[in-house]
Design a protein around this ligand. Sequence first.
Ligand code: NVA
Length: 688
Amino acid sequence: MSKTPSHFTKITDYDECTIRKLLVKATRIKSNPGVYAHRMKDKNLLMLFEKPSLRTRISFETAMSRFGGNAIYYTSEESPFGKKENVKDTAMCASQYVDVFVLRLMSRESLLEFVKYSQVPVINALDNWAHPCQILADLLTIAELKLTPKPVHEDHLKFNKIRMAYYGDCRNNVTYDLMRAAALLNFKLVLCGPEDSRFKPEQEVWDEVNRINDKAVEWLSDPSEGSKNCDVVYTDSWMSYHIPASEEEERVKVLQRYQVDMEVLKHAKKDVVFMHCLPAKRGQEVTDEYAQQALLLYIVFGSKVFCENEKEAELLSEEKYFQMAPRHLNMMHRKFKEKTSPAIRHVTDAKGLPFNRVVISLGGHALQTNTSQDFSYQDLKDNIDRTCMELAKFIEGQRPQNLCLSHGNGPQVGYIHKCMNGPSSSGDSGTTSESGSKDDIYMPLDMCGALSQAEIGYLFQQSLQNNITEEHWKNRIVSIITQAEVNPNDAAFNKPTKPIGRYYSKEEYQKMFQMGQQPRFAHMKHFKDGYRMVVPSPDPVKIVEENTVKTLIDQGNIVIMGGGGGIPVVRDRNGKLSGIEAVIDKDKTSALIAEIIDADLLVILTQEDGVFLDYRTEKQRKIDKMDTKTVLERIKEGVFEEGSMVPKMEACVQFVTRTKRPAVVTSIENLTKISLGPGSSEGTWIVP
Ligand code: NVA
């Protein structure tokens, strides 16, 4: 499991998995900034700087304003910080006003002191020991330029083939965090500098890095060796901010051999990229000759890449983009939501959903109100319209950043099956086809499921288009025909339980039975309202289209998928897929989808506003919140209705247990009220 610390003081405060997630998130933001336009709404950031800054300041400020928040820049020149007032008092007091700090302090000690007393997340924007935001930006640059395919998924972020050479002063913040990053992400970093303790990394940093990975970082003092076969050549200022100007002449003399020039780059790979955290002093750490030839193009939080190749230049200029600030803030968003006091939280949450990525599983009631009658397309269309009106209110009012909708298909799939295989479609399903086989005209349940996904997906797409007013969302609605892999040995195949289609009278049932119009795996079961077809309902094990949905969601589309729990398919020994006659529980599939897309919240919509004890009795009362342990106990006690509330509860438990994020059961009419979160009395919340 990844950890998300509330403070970011050096690159290794995040583990490898979190860094990958951040980088993927960065690409999402870059490709779809509009989706994040309100992400920092009502958030205030304080930038407290004791050293100068150009890029860091601009990038944090523009990112905050771009994403709907506010940044306050405060320099130590104007401040009693560390003089009239100590670090502790500043940290404690300023924490009351803002949601996050970005600090550029003189010393590591001050930073750690600040972190100790801060009540909100702290992002280190450079001290003498680390520069983690810079390194995250650099990793993104490397991923985009050097890794294929582009980092759309965490799995694409394999840095282990990268070889980087760092030239010059190796005793500084940037080098230290590059060393940590190399150790953590397992890429090769060759440090190339003078054999002089003033320019070599401190032993403490070597020890720290070696504890993570003692093969990643190497020291070399021969400048002609360092860049051999390198993908990236990196350098930093010889005169870091804290170094007195009086030392410049002497430093320049010693470091001259380690200047990045054409000679250094000659030994590197042909497509080497040169990186510098900036500011760069041309003629010192990098030659003016080289810098002049190069095209300065790419800006991600001050990370610069100089390219020699004009074509690449064009490509990159299209990508000019933001810095990392919103990405840290995104990661920390949850944290400061948690930190906000309940009273403030209520007000804040009422303006927007505290969950960014939401999966909504729409129950039968959202699609059809009258299940005792035969199926009616007008009823389906009207109900989907009614549902989409509520969804549009939810989307535009609550502004989840990503939304995935899944839905049931019980009545629809039953009707399709009946039409396709019953007397009304073929005239006589009991006869053989021209080729002599009944199989040619029989439409199996998996195909009926596919048809139902298409028809319902179509109606949702159209109705959302008609009901949503914001252009941004209107143009981003897509359905996926979804296959859900099941285990062919699932015990459910021996025991059909899932009712589909409408209720039949005894006479109709007998007629169907005589004509052989039942699905092969099904039974007709007698319920209190008549006979209904029941089919096997195996558990979904994997969503075949999982990468597709991740991509579409990352790009900011509203995705409709997993209809009817997905089309049940099995995989043979050779990996080939084929359909199987069954119906999957849509809530279990929704839980799986929510896990795949890393959702913050799973919403299960039912006819009622929540889950009830003593349901439909005089003593009926709604449960506001339950932890997963209690849910499982209640299921065991038989408190919930089998075949209806039990699978919903099981789906919630699965999602909440695996992700540690909440699920809520409520009605479509109540959907717009769930922004109040697990503390509210709206819906029934399932929490870890
Ligand atoms: N090592 C440099 C980095 C500047 C962004 C310094 O500390 O000045």
